[in-house]
Design a protein around this ligand. Sequence first.
Ligand code: ATP
Ligand code: MG
Length: 417
Amino acid sequence: MSNTVDMARLMSKQLPRHLMAFLVGSGVQGANNGFQVYLVGGMVRDVLLNRRPGDPDLLVQETVPTMDAAERFAIMLAGTLGGSVSAPSQFGTVKLDVDGLVVDIATARRETYESPGALPSVRPATIEGDQYRRDFTVNAIAVDLAPNRFGTILDHAGGVEDIEHRVLAVLHDKSFQDDPTRCFRAARYMPRLGLHMSMVTETDLRRSVGAVAELSADRVRHEMERMLAEPAPEQALAHAEDFGLLNAVLPGLSWSPAMTRAAPAIRDAGPLGCLALLATHLSKEDAAKFAERINAPAQWASVIEDTVTVRERLHELSDEGLTSARVYSILGGMASEAVRAWAVLTEEEVTAGRLRDYYERLRHVHPALNGDDLLALGVPEGPFVGELLRELLIARLNGAVSSRGDEESLVQRRLSA
Ligand code: ATP
Ligand code: MG
């Protein structure tokens, strides 16, 4: 199968010219300096799937394997093509930035996992050995960039055939156990790439889900971030739910069909919109546990906590005859994603309307006058300034004042009272 694919032609047809020039240049410079250079990972897969690729991943190997080949190759390449090289990661990978093109460069390596969920220990290896450590066959295809072999495919795991059949499959039955983050990667790739999982792989995955509990908080958060950053995060989350991954992150964490239906309406809220939807089912205690389990940064933690707080206040919003100022005081200060998540999920029309009104209009309302303006109008310094500002805000919200002049008259009345 793989030898029937004219990869060089596909690449030159699908990749932007500057990217193609970079890949050809990398192969030439590699050959001149004793490195074998391969294009690997997502870009190879995306070219074969005829999809717009992300940034390239390169793999390098020397005749005598060492762990720092990637770094030395990147420095050499930066010297000839221009660009800057990051410090190497703990696995010896580096990032090369050439005019905004960010290239991940790795030394061919093998990995050994001491225990499920732990980071691996690594040692240099051949390209074939490196392919074996990869997550899925479709991501384990390497393309030789050497000038005399440019475009030759190395596909020991059968990834090209799996791409043709749209199959997502692991390379060996310990894969998910070794690295449970691959379970989350599967949930992302299936909807994005339109792949279905082989039965054997699905059985392995479902058997390994418990190992997610061994992952560190930062690794779980990173996987959540990547799911939420997908073009359709709700579909990745629906797979994560189906696999039992969310429940493995935190018992009780779940994603429902109603959330899937609601998600597109808050797509423009960004990744935190779906995070809020995910938190709508949680109790107060579980929300705190969830934030802790993923070592949530402050903004994430507020979105999670506020989503639960807004739920507790929903019944107040359904009260007929509520003033805008009252709606403001119920929802004021809540993360906007929390308000929006409930606005799209709530079926009760009055409540949903108030949530929308707060999000679209009320939260932007401010008095025209500020503290300095009040002092200039003769208001004495002290707590009265704050009281008057609050009164002005309430008058604005309820429509009792609508201009700077109205506000000044209100202040004058209060001063002469
Ligand atoms: P994306 O389009 O999401 O960027 P990608 O395939 O380029 O997809 P990266 O996370 O950039 O994904 O990783 C590059 C390559 O490194 C992958 O294609 C895969 O071969 C390998 N890889 C990344 N993470 C893992 C992992 N946890 N286990 C095994 N291999 C991995
Ligand atoms: Mg990538």
